[in-house]
Write a protein that binds this ligand. Sequence first.
Ligand SMILES: [Zn+2]
Length: 85
Amino acid sequence: MPTDLRTTDLDPTPCPACGAQLERATGTTLPQPGEVTMCAHCFVYLTFTPRLRLRRLSDRAWLALPPEQRRLLTRLRDRLRARLL
Ligand SMILES: [Zn+2]
């Protein structure tokens, strides 16, 4: 598996979908506005707002991602599900 994913500590913030307190983010870059991440509890894709808050990634934003990034995120989600469920 490519190693171009990194995990970064965050100020604790609730997942906008399930409310779980999120303290780390995994993505392809350091957290920055517009970067995509995922809730490790409910596996919803999230994105960082301009103030680095989390919100759900819209379907439109998902489809606008490069195909390779969608493949990487899908693989990550599948691996997390397999490990945790
Ligand atoms: Zn969640």
